[in-house]
Design a protein around this ligand. Structure first.
Ligand code: FAD
Length: 455
């Protein structure tokens, strides 16, 4: 039996003429045919209704949950909520028809893998009964409980989960802008076109040239990421342009897994990688994109390739919706991930302030599950279950050299803290076999977590 809808429910509230116009535009761009192949649909009434009807609810869904962002946090929250509560209508709104994983994207820079191996679609979630709608959410009304898409679609919710990731603040470094990043100084901190641009620049640089990585201040997405990136770029240079250098100009004086990274760099790349701390003059204030000259507190440096990773904050939609505080990130109840700014809105993943957890894909996955359980409890009028959270961050320094940092977390006086004695770092004195095994663990982790998200 078809589900009854309120007059304002979902994308179907889009005026018919607007919807048809959007559909026609999309078809002209080839988007509609891509949609059918990826499980990601434009705000299409038929698809949403079909998925909603699959819940089997005779008199409408038990509740409507809208999730914004189909990445490491949002895809998981959608899947696990639908598994726990088949009668809840779960709508995932994602602006892109496919998802490109940042984890392992540093290997695209070394040429160890191609970007297709990191690209996933939403058919798996659709098969599970999640309505995956292609739209970009531009506004949230926390009073009336709906979100608005740039397509004009309106999506009503009882509970809203946001996992929209990060945005960049270019202002602290004079000369940087979104346009400069897209065209000449790629950050490649969202995997995709900029990853490929950076790869091409590294391939085109001369032997004996220099790659400068500018690492951002805390907190930022993937704390070990810039240092793994230095190793992956050095891996390529070692074989193809061995007289070259990789310099890391850092806004910090310490970084994640530092001793393990420095030892691994030395083993595989000798003096090729050089790290400059903030105190040592690594903090960058300005860039001239044309000459690729960085201005630091102490001196200027001219590079052949610059990978400037900007300062970070929560994704724009979280800022627009008033979900961030002065830090630029979203304060949440760390047991449920419900926003401290607006009730019935939950924020997970990189955008959230999640106690001691780093901003990682694995952390977002763990938070997605905790949040799905909390939302299910709230829908049923139950108290949220006691949460447990987990994270491991692997870094691949060379084809047979992996390292990791791991922790299990618990809630203590409202804050996420590590469980004493859980996890830890790879041992400093691990032998070659153990380092090689950690690469296999990293690859296995990636296969498992992406299967968890997309199947
Ligand atoms: P994302 O995964 O970025 O997902 C956000 C989604 O929301 C995107 O698909 C985006 O299109 C969508 N979106 C945003 N705004 C809107 C809107 N308004 N409307 C509709 N859709 C929207 N983590 C690890 O655990 N292990 C690793 O080895 C690892 N390696 C990394 C290497 C690099 C180089 C980088 C940059 C990151 C790495 N990470 C790693 C970190 C990991 O990528 C992030 O922590 C993770 O992606 C965060 O998940 P998220 O759901 O918060 O955001």
């Amino acid at each position: 039996m078809p589900v009854q809808k309120s007059p304002t429910q979902g994308p179907e509230s889009l005026p018919r003429r607007t919807f048809l116009a959007n559909s026609a535009k999309a078809a002209a761009c080839g988007i509609l045919s891509a949609s059918a192949a990826t499980g990601w649909m434009l705000p299409a009434q038929a698809r949403a209704e079909r998925n909603a009807a699959k819940t089997g609810a005779a008199s409408g869904p038990k509740a409507r949950v809208v999730i914004v962002g189909g990445g490491y946090g949002g895809a998981i929250a959608a899947k696990y909520l639908k598994m726990a509560e088949p009668d809840v209508r779960v709508t995932l709104i994602e602006r892109s028809p496919s998802y490109v994983s940042c984890p392992l994207s540093n290997e695209v820079l070394s040429g160890e893998r191609d970007i297709d191996s990191l690209t996933f679609d939403y058919r798996g979630l659709t098969r599970r009964g999640v309505a995956v709608i292609g739209d970009e959410v531009s506004a949230i009304d926390p009073e009336q409980r709906y979100v608005r898409g740039t397509s004009g679609g309106r999506y009503n919710y009882d509970k809203l989960i946001l996992s929209p990731g990060i945005s960049f603040d270019y202002s602290p470094i004079a000369g940087m802008s979104e346009e400069v990043a897209a065209t000449s100084i790629p950050h490649a901190w969202k995997a995709g076109a900029q990853t490929l641009l950076l790869r091409r620049q590294i391939e085109a640089m001369p032997n004996g040239g220099a790659v400068a990585i500018v690492a951002p201040p805390n907190p930022f997405r993937c704390p070990p990421g810039p240092y793994e990136r230095a190793a992956q770029i050095a891996l390529y240079l070692k074989h193809h342009k061995p007289k070259s250098k990789v310099l890391i100009f850092d806004a910090k004086d310490r970084f994640s897994k530092q001793a393990l990274f420095e030892a691994g760099w030395k083993t595989h790349y000798g003096d090729m990688i050089e790290w400059v701390s903030a105190a040592g003059g690594g903090a960058i204030e300005a860039i001239d994109p044309k000459s690729r000259t960085l201005t630091g507190l102490v001196e200027d440096f001219q590079a052949d390739v610059v990978n400037l990773i900007p300062h970070q904050r929560a994704a724009q939609i979280a800022i627009t919706a008033g979900l961030t505080d002065d830090s630029g990130w979203c304060p949440v109840d760390q047991q449920t991930f419900e926003s401290k700014m607006h009730p019935n809105i939950y924020v997970i993943g990189d955008a959230a302030i999640a106690g001691a957890m780093p901003k990682s894909g694995y952390a977002a996955n763990s938070q997605g599950k905790v949040c799905a359980a909390a939302v299910a409890a709230a829908i049923n009028g139950d108290t949220p279950p006691a949460p447990s959270y987990v994270n491991t961050c692997y870094s691949i320094l060379a084809p047979e050299h992996g390292i990791s940092v791991a922790a299990v977390y618990q809630l203590e006086e409202g804050a996420i803290v590590p469980v004493p004695g859980s996890g830890g770092l790879s041992p400093m004195d691990a032998d070659a076999r153990e380092r090689a095994m950690e690469v296999q663990f990293a690859l296995g982790w990636f296969r498992n977590i992406t299967a968890d998200m997309f199947t």
